[in-house]
Design a protein around this ligand. Structure first.
Ligand code: FAD
Length: 493
């Protein structure tokens, strides 16, 4: 612990954000980089707790007090070495993680938590600028070949780890670009795509092969991979959208959020809009919020990304509706612990302008005579006790203008298309929610097939995907070699 009184003397201070009036005119990242001096000051707030709950709160088991101390000592290279032991991609988590580590920070009991995410981003950006992030080329190759299906954070983390262990790794991706939701879900203003490309370039130099436009199950049969590789990791994500069953849901002007978001990411990168993030033709290639009354249905990350994108399109109005009640802004009075990062949290997009409505039931999509969406009928949800039972009632029905509805009501499971059917044929099982089942070693009921990331746990977080990818890689290495030198998790969570 570098500065024992740091937490008493220095306040939490996050990196500056670009002014709303400026940033809504482009898709560049909102958050700026801290100066090294400011990051050193923030690192000095770490109390180096005897039991570092932050370390346990992080799904990767990041060794946080140690890298905080190294930053405080201005030993940035050592900080990078510590961080990269547990996290393959701190440049992603340092930008978009809801930072469960910060919610676990003991300082959070009576002061704002240590700014761990900011410190993480500062370390990795310094590492890239100093040239410390160099390709890890294994000294020897094992002769084993592993196929990874899906290039989101789970597939990428697994590929990096498996390559490090000396296996020859091929990543298959159905989209035209590598990155999964990092590329075609999360907007550029949260995560610039040069950050994804920069990492993929390092991985290519490490010897990993990437094949895009490869829709396994369709363009290539799964059995081709199981026959030609020693192990197959399925990391296909969970992007089957939940639809809204309300009356009028066939109106023209209702779209899944991912169609809207992925199109904008493609436009920003000047990539053709021939196919969507699934490698399928877009139903409508020009979903724009410009001049429209936009209603976003769903209050999570996906919904807030639609808010930010609609503001940049210059929508006439933006409303976000959510069935859940408004979460408490402050901690519950009976617990001093900070709230677990809430899926309905406020994001930077909300600062840019939106009307948020809570406890709302969507009753009907109203269409005009041409079948186009022109309004929504919504009502407020209230709860009444009736004979000891809680009952829901919808009151105060009203019509709100809406000619673009974006559905961000969550995701059901991984795609249940031809790959899924072929997996089931090969003995892989799915659970009652439709996710693929693997045991605690990420191995499915087909011993050659492993599952990781959202395809296994359902739509989650980037940090969990990286964690699952790393753990699956470790278990694949064990399966192939009978032993492994890949780092395991330093904590269980
Ligand atoms: P994915 O990232 O979904 O990647 C799966 C990949 O598999 C895709 O590229 C897909 O095309 C490919 N694939 C699927 N089937 C096949 C096939 N048959 N053949 C070949 N390839 C295939 N999390 C955060 O932590 N912070 C955030 O701010 C955040 N924002 C989000 C915003 C949006 C709009 C969404 C939708 C999610 C967000 N998340 C966020 C969640 C996070 O992105 C996911 O949890 C994470 O990307 C899951 O990683 P994954 O590798 O399991 O799957």
């Amino acid at each position: 612990m570098g500065k024992p009184t740091g937490f008493l003397e220095i306040d939490r201070k996050l990196a500056p954000k670009r002014a709303v009036s400026e940033r809504v005119n482009d898709y560049k990242e909102i958050e700026l980089l801290n100066t090294p001096e400011e990051t050193v000051a923030q690192a000095s707030r770490c109390m180096d707790c005897g039991t570092p709950f932050c370390h346990h709160g992080c799904p990767l088991g990041n060794i946080i007090p140690e890298f905080n101390d190294a930053v405080y000592e201005q030993n940035w290279k050592y900080a990078y070495d510590i961080l990269s032991t547990t996290n393959n991609f701190p440049e992603f988590t340092g930008r978009i993680c809801p930072a469960p580590c910060e919610s676990s920070c003991v300082l959070g009991i009576n002061k704002p938590a240590v700014a761990i995410e900011l410190i993480e981003k500062s370390i990795i950006e310094k590492a890239f600028s100093e040239g410390w992030v160099i390709p890890f080329i294994p000294k020897t190759r094992t002769g084993y070949k592993v196929a990874v299906i899906g290039s989101g954070p789970a597939g990428l983390a697994a590929a990096a780890q498996l390559n490090k262990a000396g296996h020859l790794v091929t990543v298959y991706e159905r989209a035209d670009q590598i990155g999964g939701l990092l590329r075609y879900g999360i907007p550029d203003f949260k995560l610039d795509k040069t950050v994804v490309t920069r990492r993929v370039e390092v991985m290519k130099l490490e010897g990993i092969t990437f094949i895009t436009n490869a829709n396994i199950g369709s363009s290539e049969k799964l059995s081709h991979l199981t026959n030609n590789f020693d192990a197959v990791l399925v990391a296909t994500g969970s992007t089957t959208p939940r639809f809204i069953s309300a009356k009028g849901n066939d109106a023209v002007g209702i779209f899944p959020a991912m169609e809207f978001l992925s199109q904008q990411n493609k436009r920003n990168a000047s990539i053709s809009l021939e196919v969507n993030h699934r490698g399928e033709p877009y139903v409508n290639k020009d979903i724009k919020a410009t001049g429209k009354h936009v209603v976003i249905i769903g209050g999570g990350d996906t919904g807030s990304d639609c808010v930010g994108t609609s503001n940049r399109h210059k929508a006439a109005s933006i409303t976000q509706i959510e069935v859940m009640p408004k979460p408490p802004v402050d901690r519950a009075s009976n617990t001093p612990w900070p709230n677990w990062p809430n899926m309905l949290r406020t994001s930077t997009s909300h600062d840019e302008g939106v009307e948020r409505l809570w406890s709302i039931s969507l009753q009907e999509f109203v269409k005009n005579e041409k079948g186009e969406l022109e309004a929504l009928i919504i009502g407020d949800i209230v709860y009444n006790m009736n004979d000891g039972k809680m009952e829901q009632e919808v009151i105060n029905m009203r019509k709100i203008p809406c000619d673009l509805a974006l559905i961000a009501a969550g995701f059901l499971h991984t795609d249940h298309g031809s790959l899924f059917e072929q997996l089931i044929t090969l003995g892989v099982k799915s659970d009652e929610r439709g996710n693929l089942i693997a045991d605690s070693t990420y191995q499915s009921d087909n011993e050659k097939v492993f599952i990781a990331g959202d395809a296994r746990r359902g739509q989650s977080l980037v940090v969990w995907a990286i964690s699952e990818g790393r753990e699956a890689a470790r278990n694949i290495d064990l399966y192939l070699m009978g032993k492994t030198s890949l780092e395991g998790k330093t904590v269980s969570s």
